[in-house]
Ligand binder design. Sequence first.
Ligand SMILES: N[C@@H](CCC(=O)N[C@@H](CS)C(=O)NCC(=O)O)C(=O)O
Length: 222
Amino acid sequence: VIELFHCVGARSLRPLWALEELGLPYALRMLPFPPRVHDKGYFAHNPLGTVPLLVDGATRMSESAAICHYLAAKHDPGGLDVAAGEPDFGVYLNFLHFGEATLTFPQTLVLRYRHFEPPERRQPQVAEDYAKWFLARLRGLEPRLAQQEWLCAGRFTAADISVGYALLVARHLELDAQFSAAVAAYWARLEQRPGYRRARAAELDAARAQGLPETAAPDMRP
Ligand SMILES: N[C@@H](CCC(=O)N[C@@H](CS)C(=O)NCC(=O)O)C(=O)O
């Protein structure tokens, strides 16, 4: 069975959400956040110490967007995945990566320099600059979301999971008040998906069952 190493509310929610959308069986291995500090044994599984880690037989993966792509392509081509022969293939890959590389990256700087570092190491200017940077990058979604329900291919795909997770982090950072109407409506649609709700319930159930706190990673404070 597929194993997913996960912290509540961390980027590993992307693959968990994909697993739920696909209805695949999986084992959820919960870790305290950040595992690098609180579970040194995890380095034996993933030398980076980061989540996600997906183990599927001999395949081991640690990039959340790539894992969504892998699961979707393997288990739902033409559904959650957009195949190479479809007109929106390029748009799909672009948004799948945009979610992590362009949207989540600046958010991690805001989290780190506004919240995670001890007070003397905080950098309010860095946090503010990258919060603005993130909000400006959201404009990349506007033209499509003003016209259509999902980002590409006329259906919900792994690209929506990738971007959707960044919108969730924005809510934790209280940047959602600055979403445009189209982005706010898109986030509301994402949040109502049964697959998303099952993933959120599964992570809390697993945290309780494995004796770990239910606090979401972006809400952790030193
Ligand atoms: N680009 C990777 C980033 C993975 C990553 O940095 N994960 C965070 C959780 S959101 C983590 O494990 N941070 C803990 C640490 O850096 O020690 C992905 O998309 O999966």
